[in-house]
Design a protein around this ligand. Structure first.
Ligand SMILES: Cc1cc2nc3c(=O)[nH]c(=O)nc-3n(C[C@H](O)[C@H](O)[C@H](O)COP(=O)(O)OP(=O)(O)OC[C@H]3O[C@@H](n4cnc5c(N)ncnc54)[C@H](O)[C@@H]3O)c2cc1C
Length: 489
């Protein structure tokens, strides 16, 4: 409680998943929260826009979650919207030669849950499948080390005998979509996290969650209602200009429309370049703080929206290894058919800087051609409309060296905390990472206010064989010189 008996207060700047998670965690403990977001809708990079042509709300780019993203699921549950995420236990793949493969699990515990579908993978020979299984097992057993963030996944895979075709057909597409870098560029540590926690450790971890409505709609009204019911508010269309300390030791935020908000604590949950700009405006201490993450870079993602003149049979998500489109999502089926809409597909093109530089009509034509090739029902279909969304600042670049630059949520400035997918969470740039960062920043603020830290939703537990493999891996890594000449895990 503040001295006057009023509930403590906090400002959260940025209404992406990090800011929303921080605001919800603070409000749950009785803190009066004001969330400031410059856009009209919440969700940040996972947000939506109103399409002028149809008046319908559309996602800027497809966002997916996985079964292992437990804190995101828990946040959506608290907001009463988790039921809008549909989890799919089969992921369809189709390569450029037209061969189909479904990755699906069984009831067997991980890492054996996908063994049956893995053995049926048509893209690899039996020898290649065996070599890939050995590589993935090594990855599962490998304890994470700090040096994993200084080397690339590609170099590790090749030194562990992974066949090139396994990299192209399976590991590459999965890693590109989760880490937004190619196998040859991504730091091993980020990819290891995704492959282990998302595919190898638990049976349901890879289940692909797709929202049945636009993300902006999923968040905006529920968050506003949630905060208002707890004495707070989400102010959208409100751009922060500068922050600073008041003589009384509180934090003040001045907005572009001339308003000033004052609170006991401030969580800055904006992307790293915006955070650097805002911190730089605070003088030397802020500049020193921002200098700590100087060197973080962005990687682009291109979202391609295509409306064809006829309905089409297409799984909710279709991976296209070897193609420029990478993934196709069947929005008509995820959202339910929209009025006047025959087939609405989107592609999400990750880790492809060349695609991000192509003119939009060329990108749309390329992806439409690949969609026609992949989906027999689209042969001869007319592309009625397209929209290409180039997010040049989609994710922080998960390259070697990046992890060292990610700051923790606590800053040297008392009462100021950082959140965002780019802060140190143990996760790559994802909604789950953003939610975790927000929850961790809120926990620090609550501790400083003398309030209890909220309970942390548990991670998805590893299945017993995977757990045993990981324990064995840790043990082997600790035994000095065991079997000299043995390949390191
Ligand atoms: C095209 C694309 C596809 C992606 N696909 C996936 C996916 O499938 N799965 C997944 O998990 N992740 C995906 N990601 C990554 C994911 O979107 C991000 O990791 C996550 O949304 C980041 O959340 P955040 O809260 O940290 O940051 P942001 O979402 O960037 O939120 C920051 C917020 O701060 C606001 N803001 C900035 N400056 C100010 C200011 N001065 N005043 C007020 N507000 C301000 C911004 O408007 C924004 O709303 C994708 C990202 C992109 C761009």
């Amino acid at each position: 409680m503040a001295e006057d008996g009023a509930a403590p207060s906090a400002l959260v700047v940025g209404g992406g998943f990090a800011g929303v998670a921080a605001a919800v965690a603070l409000a749950d403990q009785g803190v009066r929260v004001t969330l400031l977001e410059r856009r009209r809708m919440l969700g940040g990079r996972a947000s939506s826009f109103v399409d002028a042509a149809t008046g319908l709300t559309q996602d800027a780019c497809q966002h997916c979650t996985l079964g292992c993203c437990t804190q995101l699921a828990s946040l959506l549950e608290a907001l009463g919207v988790h039921r809008h995420i549909r989890y799919h236990d089969t992921i369809a793949f189709r390569d450029i030669r037209g061969r189909r493969w479904d990755l699906h699990g069984t009831r067997a515990p991980a890492p054996f849950h996908a063994a049956r579908s893995f053995l049926a993978m048509p893209f690899l020979s039996a020898n290649e499948r065996a070599a890939t299984a050995r590589t993935l097992l090594s990855l599962l057993m490998r304890p994470q080390t700090a040096s994993d963030y200084d080397t690339t996944l590609g170099s590790w895979l090749r030194s562990h005998g992974s066949p090139e075709r396994a990299i192209e057909a399976f590991i590459g597409p999965v890693v590109a979509s989760a880490c937004n870098e190619t196998v040859d560029d991504v730091a091993l540590g980020f990819a290891h996290k995704v492959l282990r926690d998302g595919f190898l450790a638990a049976r349901t971890a890879f289940h692909l969650g797709i929202a049945d409505r636009p993300m902006g709609e999923l968040l905006t009204a529920p968050v506003q209602t949630y905060l208002a019911a707890r004495g707070g508010a989400a102010q959208t269309g409100c751009t922060l200009r500068r922050i600073g300390c008041t003589p009384a030791g509180a934090w003040a935020a001045d907005t572009a429309d001339g308003r000033r908000f004052v609170a006991d604590r401030l969580i800055l949950a904006v992307p790293f370049d915006q955070a650097a700009r805002i911190c730089a405006g605070m003088g030397d201490a802020g500049q020193d703080l921002a200098a700590s993450w100087e060197g973080l870079r962005w990687s682009p993602i291109v979202g391609v929206h295509l409306w064809f003149d006829r309905p089409v049979e297409c799984p909710p998500a279709l991976a296209l290894p070897g193609s420029a489109s990478q993934w196709l999502f069947h929005k008509s089926s995820s959202f339910g058919r929209m009025p006047g809409e025959a087939a609405y597909l989107t592609a999400a093109v990750s880790a492809d800087r060349r695609m991000a530089d192509l003119p939009a009509p060329d990108v749309a034509a390329l992806v439409a051609d690949e969609a026609r090739e992949a989906l027999p029902g689209l042969q001869g279909a007319r592309l009625c409309r397209f929209r290409v969304v180039k997010e040049h600042k989609a994710t922080f670049a998960a390259l070697p060296g990046a992890e060292r630059l990610r700051p923790s949520r606590r800053t040297p400035l008392p009462g100021l905390y950082l959140a965002g997918d780019w802060t140190r969470t143990g996760w790559p740039s994802t909604m789950e990472g953003a939610v975790r960062s927000g929850a961790m920043a809120a926990a620090e603020a609550l501790a400083d206010l003398g309030l209890p830290r909220p309970a942390v939703p548990p991670d998805l537990a590893a299945d017993w064989p995977a757990r045993a493999a990981m324990r064995l891996g840790s043990l082997l890594a600790r035994l000095p010189h065991l079997g000299s000449g043995r390949r390191s895990i």
